[in-house]
Design a protein around this ligand. Structure first.
Ligand code: GLA
Length: 383
């Protein structure tokens, strides 16, 4: 059954009538450019063929009833005419409450809804299950309340939901790519002016995601702390955002700066540069350079930004044991502290890499990996 079929079956069972509309938003994988978005920098993500589907029907009152297929078809109900707060129970529903709260606060049109949600983005894996949910919700509410919201505006509303209602101080990357991704392309996004440039993906390479199955939580993780440390480093360097800092500027402050903000800034400054070079290398199918940049990015996340964990480093090591230069690359993707490794692999090497990881990952780390071979797809707001 497709996600929409699953959602329709649950909707019909719970609400005793059929939904009228359906929407979908993809998750995403970031190829390079980690923890650069909230520093006004560059990222290179792609929307992937794992996502969140909604079926819905408009109501004439201010009630919202939501059925979550992935949570045993649990139904949560709220009245958007009353003040909305995050709840400690059924926390998945906070995304729905949050989207309504932000849409109302920003004077957007909303309406009562019955909806059912089904998704296949793994939770807590760093593949943006929450951004996919926010974006598909915004798409649904705006369509049924008959308001047109453009993709960038939708992304900003999704980010605001995350920042203000959920309490995770994330950047704009996830929501932007979920809304604006393009089939068979990654997007080089400038997170300062929110412009983007599509970079076509080599059809002879595969996007292979290895989930370490080490669980991570954005809110309680060190994410917000990293963001603070970057702000602190920018302050010491006398720039508005680390995007504006250069390596020579950073080097000139080495003696007057603590090691920690120095290393955080070192990651962000070098990662911005790698991301720009990676977009160029990918566009030119220069796989030797692309593989090197992914390896350097991983090292930088490990040594300077301290966001990798042993199983993630282990996965990257195992992949690199099989891949010769020019056949691809691998790095941790997403916020960090677990989650996934993204590998770009020449198609003739995919089986060998997957087999090698299957043979050694669980034996070393005691957890079994999951593997997703992905395609880059259109975002929720792309026709
Ligand atoms: C999470 C956040 C993004 C971004 C990445 C790290 O996915 O939601 O905004 O900061 O981490 O690159």
């Amino acid at each position: 059954m497709t996600l929409h079929e699953l959602a329709t079956a649950a909707f019909t069972k719970r609400f005793n009538y059929a939904p009228s509309h359906q929407f979908y938003a993809p998750g995403r994988v970031n190829l390079i450019g980690e923890h650069t978005d909230y520093n006004d920098g560059f990222v290179l993500p792609a929307a992937i063929n794992f996502g969140t589907a909604i079926v819905a029907h408009k109501r004439e009152d201010t009630i919202v009833r939501v059925c979550a297929v992935n949570f045993d078809e649990e139904v949560v109900e709220f009245d958007f005419g009353l003040p909305l707060f995050p709840s400690a129970e059924s926390t998945w529903a906070n995304y729905v409450r949050g989207v309504y709260d932000i849409l109302l606060k920003q004077n957007h049109r909303v309406c009562g809804l019955d909806i059912a949600i089904a998704g296949d983005v793994p939770y807590g894996a760093g593949l943006s299950s929450s951004a996919a949910l926010e974006i598909v919700l915004i798409r649904t509410v705006s369509a049924l309340a008959e308001e047109s919201i453009d993709p960038t505006q939708a992304a900003l509303l999704g980010q605001q939901t995350e920042n203000e209602f959920i309490g995770a101080h994330t950047g704009i990357m996830d929501q932007l790519i979920c809304a604006r991704g393009e089939q068979d392309h990654a997007l080089l996004i400038d997170c300062r002016d929110l412009t983007s440039k599509p970079v076509s993906l080599d059809p002879t390479f595969r996007i292979v995601i290895f989930n370490s199955n080490v669980k991570r939580g954005l809110v309680d993780s060190k994410y917000n702390e990293r963001r603070q440390q970057c702000l602190q480093a920018a302050h010491v360097l006398g720039v508005g955002a680390l995007r504006d800092a250069t390596m020579p500027l950073l080097q000139s402050h080495q003696d007057s700066m603590d090691d920690l903000p120095f290393r955080r800034a070192h990651h962000v400054i070098s990662e911005n540069d790698r991301t720009l070079r990676a977009a160029e290398a990918l566009g030119k199918k220069d796989w030797v350079t692309m593989g090197q940049l992914m390896a350097e990015s991983h090292q930088s996340m490990k040594q300077d930004f301290d966001i990798t964990v042993a199983p993630i480093d282990g996965l990257v090591g195992l992949i690199n044991e099989v891949l010769p230069a020019g056949a691809g690359g691998a790095r941790m993707t997403g916020g960090g502290f677990g989650g996934c490794v993204v590998a770009l692999i020449a198609e003739q090497y995919v089986d060998a890499v997957v087999e090698h990881v299957a043979k050694h990952y669980e034996e070393t780390f005691g957890i079994r990996e999951s593997v997703y071979i992905c395609q880059a797809v259109n975002g929720a707001f792309v026709a």
